[in-house]
Design a protein around this ligand. Structure first.
Ligand code: PMP
Length: 361
């Protein structure tokens, strides 16, 4: 077996212990005589699994009792459209803080349903620095404020939850959920595609305050209504049972690691190791992102001479370092350091980068 150190932005590395457990239980799960993928979602064993996964997530995140936890599908992208449908009525407006590609997309997908206003954007700064809170033009009467705490492509991350007064704050946490402790009570709604810090793709985890569930004021099919999903324990139709199972295993693994405080400390250290190597390379490597806005999860960096990019990618792959190619919108390299990427992987990467710089400097 030869598993590489995987720096993919998503679908991304899963904890090896989770994969091993899933492998061991693949053919026959929990005395049921079948794989977990082959069982009815309405049967007692799966219902118990689903409830246990939710309970673990609630413990990990410290979800208050007046919030629902939903296990949905459609990717974060579908919810770019579904959130405005549910949280605002026709004619309402909402404010969007756009700090990169995913925030842009959230605005575009909301626009058919509401007046989606860009209250702040760092587009002029090429999304390499967050717009200062003082520059945000929040509009009175907004149904909610939407932002992207971590922009996966540009590698910018909010290190505090912005204060938006009493307006419900909606956060696309696809690429930083569960990476450190968070005060859920500061948010109206948190959502995340699973394929970075939770499990396989095809699952979306949502945490939403009860009072926001009945806001829509527009005709909608049941399947689009979060209130219906909540009333049916996310089993309005057949859920992604395999994804839910793996998410539960990941939550269990996170608890065994010491929970989000421990993960936060570990993630901070991993990011520091990599940024220190970039900053200390004498200009061979460069982080394009403003210091205060740097992401702990996604670290884009460039080589001083882009002619070396191909050699860097080829040699890193040969050294067992996977998926370091940057997104085409930004270029260069990107290392994603989600929860399942162990500190050892970052140490190997940093050593490779130093050796590469010596050989090609
Ligand atoms: N938001 C963010 C922050 C993301 O990183 C991604 C995917 N990389 C998405 C949304 C889109 O997610 P999906 O492909 O699950 O729709």
């Amino acid at each position: 077996m030869s598993r590489a150190w995987n720096f993919s932005a998503g679908p991304a590395a899963l904890p090896e212990a989770v994969l091993e457990r899933a492998q061991a239980e693949l053919l026959e799960w929990n005395g049921s005589g079948a794989s977990v993928m082959e069982l009815s979602h309405r049967g007692k064993p799966f219902m118990a699994l689903a409830a246990a996964a939710e309970a673990r997530l609630r413990r990990l995140l410290g979800v208050p009792a007046n919030y629902k936890v939903l296990f949905l599908q459609g990717g974060a992208t579908q919810h770019f459209a579904q959130i405005p449908m549910n949280l605002a009525g026709p004619g309402d407006h909402a404010d969007y803080i756009v700090t990169g590609h995913w925030g842009e997309k959230a605005v575009r997908e909301a626009a058919p349903y509401i007046d989606a206003r860009v209250a702040a954007t760092s587009e002029a700064a090429h999304y390499l620095a967050l717009p200062p809170r003082a520059s945000w033009q929040l509009s009175p009467g907004a149904a909610y404020v939407h932002y992207t705490p971590n922009e996966t492509i540009h590698g910018v991350e909010f290190h505090d939850v912005p204060d938006v007064g009493g307006v419900p704050l909606v956060a696309d946490m696809s690429s930083n959920i569960l990476s450190e402790p968070v005060d859920v009570s500061r948010f109206g709604l948190i959502y995340a595609g699973a394929q970075k810090n939770i499990g396989p793709s095809g699952l979306v985890v949502m945490v939403v305050r009860d009072d926001l569930l009945e806001r829509a004021g527009r005709p909608m099919a049941k399947i689009f209504r979060y209130a219906e999903h909540a009333a049916n324990d996310s089993m309005l139709n057949t859920p992604n049972t395999w994804g839910w199972y793996l998410a539960g295993l990941t939550f269990e693994w996170l608890e065994a690691q010491g929970g989000l405080a421990a993960m936060g400390a570990r993630n901070a250290l991993k990011a520091k190791t990599l940024y220190d190597a970039i900053d200390g390379s004498g200009g061979f490597y460069r982080s394009p992102v403003e210091l205060a806005s740097r992401s702990r999860m996604n670290v884009p960096f460039t080589l001083h001479d882009s002619m070396l990019d191909a050699a860097f990618l080829q040699e890193s792959e040969a050294a067992g370092l996977l998926a370091l190619k940057g997104h085409k919108a930004v270029g260069g390299m990107r290392a994603s350091l989600y929860n399942a990427v162990p500190p050892e992987a970052v140490d190997v990467l940093v050593k490779f980068m130093r050796d590469f710089a010596t050989r090609h400097g």
